[in-house]
Design a protein around this ligand. Structure first.
Ligand code: CO
Length: 157
């Protein structure tokens, strides 16, 4: 287990399309465990592999609720509905927060660490966090979707 360095903007790996995962092996499990340690250490609610310098379709989300840690490998949004507008930040943009419109509800198909395909449905903040991480896997950063930036102190921590 290890805490990894987080890649910050601007770094070209953050804007690249990530490759699909094809081998579900021990190194993947180790990577997921290290990503978890890194996310917790940085006080984040999600982390995508390109943020630790690995251009693969792997992300984790944990918003601290009963859903626990969600491991998203090769995730695809297969359904979405509604709209939510709210604040968003990113571990690759320390101190930057902006308002982003996202789908309210999503249904996602992904694989777990063993390669098994599963479906997850989410709304509200969990849905936002998952959409943010899936965007990372396609080189899309939240700053490209921000409609306005918050001033320091505008968001209650
Ligand atoms: Co991010």
């Amino acid at each position: 287990m290890a805490v990894l360095n987080i890649v910050e903007y601007p770094n070209s790996i953050l804007e690249q399309q990530c490759e699909k995962v094809t081998s579900f092996d021990r190194s993947l499990i180790k990577l997921l465990n290290n990503m978890y340690d890194t996310m917790i250490s940085a006080d984040g609610v999600g982390l995508a592999a390109p943020q630790i310098g690995i251009s693969k379709q792997i992300a984790i989300v944990d918003i601290g609720d009963q859903s626990g840690t969600i491991e998203l490998i090769n995730p695809v949004i297969i359904e979405k509905r509604g709209e939510q507008v709210g604040p968003e930040g990113c571990l690759s943009f320390p101190g930057l927060f902006g308002e982003v419109s996202r789908a309210d509800y999503i249904k996602v198909r992904a694989q777990n660490r063993n390669g098994k395909t599963y479906i997850i449905e989410a709304d509200d903040f969990l849905s936002r966090a998952i959409q943010h991480e899936i965007d990372h896997l396609h080189g899309t950063l939240f700053t490209s979707k921000v409609t306005r930036y918050y001033e320091e102190g505008e968001i209650e921590g």
